[in-house]
Design a protein around this ligand. Structure first.
Ligand code: AP5
Length: 219
């Protein structure tokens, strides 16, 4: 099953993609995570992306498309895409690449949540620099404050989770990414709307029940 998870920053894409990947035994390919690994490694790609990410703007399509198509080709088995595609141009190029490989996306999960719920989720997010596990200071606390449950590393806050950058990321979402939903609807793809305003477990249950139906339909 190849899936895409769409939604604004802080909708819970990363949180839910990890759970989807575990349940359906598929890979989780996150454009944001790949970019952060490239930045940490100081690669040319990471350096090119840095100023865009720090200011809440989208990294140019040309950089992202080749990076993600390469990640998809290297993935073992099927996958859920997190954070990609984020523009209509990216969606068109993804479609072309899939068609060339004789593959297709079977479902698009669209997490819906209003802007006023986002700020608290993002400014309270903490993540593990070692394993990438994501927590929240109120909604998903680690067992020991500020320490990763899995490997004992001190948790960190993302540099783009400040109120100012979050506002710019939301602006980029509304101006450039929201249209991707319409792109897929226009092509007759199964777009599964999920209300992501509730708690994490509630959202997971809603996604799983809808994906289980999709799974039984696609076999
Ligand atoms: P990226 O890393 O993809 O950031 P994003 O889309 O802004 O999404 P986030 O990771 O911030 O949020 P999320 O939806 O995954 O939420 P999470 O599950 O962590 O991209 C970063 C940057 O890279 C972009 O700004 C851009 O510059 C660049 N980039 C990436 N992809 C690109 C592309 N395709 N094209 C161009 N540029 C690209 O949850 C957030 C917090 O909320 C967590 O603490 C979590 O515990 C908590 N939480 C989650 N769900 C709930 C819930 N239901 N209730 C309460 N709390 C919750």
């Amino acid at each position: 099953m190849r899936l895409i998870l769409l939604g604004p920053p802080g909708a819970g894409k990363g949180t839910q993609c990890k759970r989807i990947a575990d349940r359906y035994e598929i890979a989780h390919l996150s454009s944001g995570d790949i970019l952060r690994v490239e930045r940490a490694a100081g690669s040319e790609l990471g350096q090119k992306a840095q100023s865009y990410m720090d200011s809440g703007r989208l990294v140019p399509d040309g950089i992202i498309i080749s990076m993600m198509i390469d990640a998809m080709k290297k993935a073992v088995g099927e996958y859920v895409l997190d954070g990609f595609p984020r523009t209509v141009v990216q969606a068109e190029e993804l479609d072309k690449s899939l068609a060339e490989a004789g593959e297709e996306i079977v479902g698009i999960v669209n997490l819906r949540v209003s802007d006023d719920r986002i700020a608290g989720r993002l400014t309270g997010r903490r993540s593990c620099p070692q394993c990438g596990a994501v927590y929240h200071i109120e909604n998903l606390k680690p067992r020991v404050e500020n320490i990763c449950d899995r490997d004992g590393e001190a948790l960190v806050q993302r540099a783009d989770d400040t109120p100012e950058v979050v506002a710019d990321r939301l602006k980029a979402y509304h101006e450039q990414t929201a249209a991707v939903v319409g792109y897929y609807e226009g092509r007759g793809k199964a777009v599964i709307d999920v209300d992501a305003a509730g708690g994490i477990e509630e959202v997971t249950a809603s996604i799983f029940s809808k994906l289980d139906v999709l799974c039984s339909q696609v076999g």
